[in-house]
Design a protein around this ligand. Sequence first.
Ligand SMILES: [Zn+2]
Ligand SMILES: [Zn+2]
Length: 343
Amino acid sequence: MSDDSQSGEGGQRMRTPVYEMLWNCEFCGANKLLGKTHRHCPQCGAAQDPAARYFPPEEEKVAVQDHVFFGADWECGNCETPNSNASAFCGNCGSSKDGTSTVELAHDRDSKAEEAAAAAAAAEEPPKKSGKGKFLGCCVIVLFGALALFCAVSTLWTQSSSFTVSGHSWERTIQVEEYAEVSASDWCDDMPSKAHDVRESRKERSTERVADGQDCQTANVDNGDGTFRQEEECTTRYREEPVYDEWCTYTIDKWTEARVARASGQDLSPTWPDANAKTCTSARKGCQREGTRNETYTVTLTGDGEDHTCDFSESKWRGLSDGATVDAEVSVLMGGIQCGTVQ
Ligand SMILES: [Zn+2]
Ligand SMILES: [Zn+2]
């Protein structure tokens, strides 16, 4: 069998230092027996239980000199004694190696136990959290629902009421812009080309992850033959490093709002204000131009001894003559007039 030839002569000398696993005899209570040297308890003769092997604390490590590794032990199917992979027959009962399995490794057993503990902890914790989250979520939904319902009711629950048109007012505005020098700042590569009087400084723009050494720790690895080796497991550590760039403070000439020309009245003849813009043929400093125009037309409606105001388009505003009676919907909850329903 190829398996046998490999185990018989194919043992390999381990380059890293190798140490004895320890085990405790469950029959007589003898502690800290050596995994490789003591295949049977030196005190009572009981066979070693491979499942009882454990890693010794750091200060109690026992080195194995010139260790030859034949692979993990096999467990006798007849008497459960662990046997070296180099031997074809059980040292305890003489059964042959066929149909046997290798022993479970201590670090696998440990990590399985850790996973099980983590899973048990995870299974216990979250319901509390999600329960709280669910409760909060419900509160928010109920609150929003109530708010939406209130809004809907106050908009939809209305009653019709009569009003008398008691006044008109209007306001018209023209924004006046001036071509002027303004100071601004930005990242130099985003600066507009017309900028002048530029001053540069350095400023943190972002950060980048930089490798910053390694965190290493020693891990015990069960060889499965009563011995173990130690391996260094390392993970890279990172830190955030600031990335600097050029920040530009500059002056630029552009159109900016200078003032607003305003005209208003209580009559029915609205006019545009005189903007008095100092216009030029080409844009240079001190030149002005007219910007956005705005117009507002307001009607005062009196009903139940209260004045309400509504803004309308110019034509609707003109169409509502003073003293006329109009109907409009009024919110039952809030008492406000719904200007869109005025007719
Ligand atoms: Zn014993
Ligand atoms: Zn056996």
